[in-house]
Design a protein around this ligand. Sequence first.
Ligand SMILES: Cc1cc2nc3c(=O)[nH]c(=O)nc-3n(C[C@H](O)[C@H](O)[C@H](O)COP(=O)(O)OP(=O)(O)OC[C@H]3O[C@@H](n4cnc5c(N)ncnc54)[C@H](O)[C@@H]3O)c2cc1C
Length: 459
Amino acid sequence: MTRQPRGARSTREVPGFAGELITPGSRRYDRARRVWNAAIDRYPALIARAHDTADVVAVVRYARDQGLTLSVRGGGHSTAGLAVADGALMLDLSAMKTVHVSPPDRVAVAAPGLTWGELDAATQAHGLATTGATVSSVGVAGMTLGGGIGRLDRLVGLSCDNLIDAEVVTADGQVLTASEHPDLLWALRGGGGNLGVVTSLRYRLHPVSAAYAGFLAYPFDQAADVLRAYAQFSEQAPDRLALYAALDTAPSLPFIPEALRGQRVAGLLALCFGAADDHSERVLAALRALLPPPAVDIAGPMPYLETQRLSEGMAPAGMPHYDTGEWLRFLDDAAIDALVNAAAGSPTPQSTIVVKRMGGATARVPARETAFWYRQAAHKLNVQVEWVPGEPDGHREWVRSARRAVAHASAGGGYVNFMADDDQGRIRDNYKGNYDRLVEVKRKYDPGNLFHLNQNIAP
Ligand SMILES: Cc1cc2nc3c(=O)[nH]c(=O)nc-3n(C[C@H](O)[C@H](O)[C@H](O)COP(=O)(O)OP(=O)(O)OC[C@H]3O[C@@H](n4cnc5c(N)ncnc54)[C@H](O)[C@@H]3O)c2cc1C
């Protein structure tokens, strides 16, 4: 099932474009149209794989002049499949991979096709890093534009807080330097792909090397106590601690006791950044002391790059996936019971509920300073499910009901980077107090809403 882009004279002609055009008949088409979430199976009319900014300008102008539906693909990890649409023109940035790190300035300039694994490797070669996604294949641009939560956000802020400049191709085909347009830079920091195509991102870097990492797992009948310990401990957590609690199914891995494999478990992941000193060990010991001895207790110094790979196995590509998220003000007993009940009824072994402690440097940025709003949220909640390819897509209600069950603790909205395809009705809530200003900036830079396949701010 393929369609020509509406109004296109020929899919082989994009004036000024010197990149690669991939048409439905092409050998590379099927691979190029696929995104991370296997539940998304869409057929663009044409894929334009750009090699540089001039290619991006050519595609944007072509889409606008021809009245085409345009999607933008970076790392392809939008779980809503925003990067690809049936019958649309897909601007694929994945081949734009240059990166330049300047250690004396502690700055990296990244092209939009880079993944976090690639950017982390380049910056860590100099002992530097900025907040990045916890799965290496996530695209740097899509993640940063939606905010960007990672291991380092409490220490150095969100990815978007560390975005100090960007090159942007706007809907009229102009190439702008965002720092010369403060409203544009403001909106790029959390406003998603609404303003244009970002062709280069300039990041502030920080000296980051080792962490002291602790992973503790408990049988599921202790899940409520584990969440309570997480909530209590995280109140006092130092900024250099990244703390997560997860309710999921234990994999069959050598370090998991046999009795727990394939069973629901409650886990804690604590990463203390900085030198692996006594203080880090004491932080973890204090957390451990709040609970009975865990069934799994792995702790020790770990290079930053390794901490970035810890969640890799939790999110395999090629599985159908659905998720939702919510910012929480607190995690009280009612919320804890609701999450444990939800996890007890999880529909597949790949169903996960994760809470992450927010705050620290993220909370010290005023909410109106960037388009990202929920800086005072205490926790980020994620509920996600994956199922076997070919099985019916019947698990969405479990995900939604888990979120509804903690509505009393909600800070008012969810995270734009974890918005499912049927979640577009929540956009105003997800931007809350910054929504009206985002509409103004959107009207200025994209009044015709050329960039609408995103967490769309209608102009
Ligand atoms: C396995 C997994 C792990 C994740 N981990 C994290 C995490 O740790 N922290 C976190 O905050 N989020 C995380 N996310 C969410 C992720 O940040 C968002 O899905 C993000 O949009 C992905 O960016 P992408 O470039 O890979 O996606 P794509 O699907 O390629 O792009 C998504 C959308 O972003 C916009 N976009 C992308 N590139 C550009 C560009 N250059 N210019 C303008 N707009 C652009 C477009 O609107 C596009 O449709 C994760 C998602 C997955 C699937």
